[in-house]
Ligand binder design. Sequence first.
Ligand code: GSH
Length: 216
Amino acid sequence: MALILYTGTKNASSWALRAWLPLRELNIPFQEHVVDIRRPQRYANLAKIAEFSVPGAVPVLVDDGVVIFDSLAVMEYANELGGGTLLPKEIRLRAHARSLVAWVHSGMSELCSSISFESSFYKEHTPLSATETAEVESVFAIWEQELARSGGPFLVGELSLADLTFVPTIRRLLSRDVSIAEWPLAQAWTERMISRQSVVEWMREAESLPPVISDE
Ligand SMILES: N[C@@H](CCC(=O)N[C@@H](CS)C(=O)NCC(=O)O)C(=O)O
């Protein structure tokens, strides 16, 4: 098989999930190599990745010897392989979808470090501060605004990379005790996203793994 995707431990690797989702959504066949990124083996395993991929991180997609690293590049490449259906045809809408993807990719907010992906699989959580709660709610409000503008059912109309890139964020934020009910469009969209077959497949495996302790 020509395509090999190096992903990470499924309950610890939100970037790998972002790369994996568009490949699955587009039914692109690929072989998956899960790299154990838990400490301490993480260091030796990622050093092996660094032998062929400059950043020494996952995800990495290898297509017939060509190395495509960084989740954003993999998402874009998957979309192109799949005929471009995961980005809008209209140029402005496409740019807007890419802005949402870029926002997530460049860190989005402090929330990503305070509510780690790993911790979304824990049974118990440290309560959020008032500031963190307000920040979670502001993300819900942004989703609501985007969905109201597009008319749904997804952030820019049809399913796109913008929706897929938020999947780990949805997982993180919904794992905490903050109600999304005040934002009905956002609530319906998060339910739509987490019940997608691709997301269910990843999460089923992630939930079966022993929890990975993060620095939360
Ligand atoms: N900007 C990168 C971030 C990738 C990343 O941080 N991956 C984690 C696992 S989810 C990793 O491999 N970290 C090891 C490292 O950065 O050394 C991307 O989007 O692919």
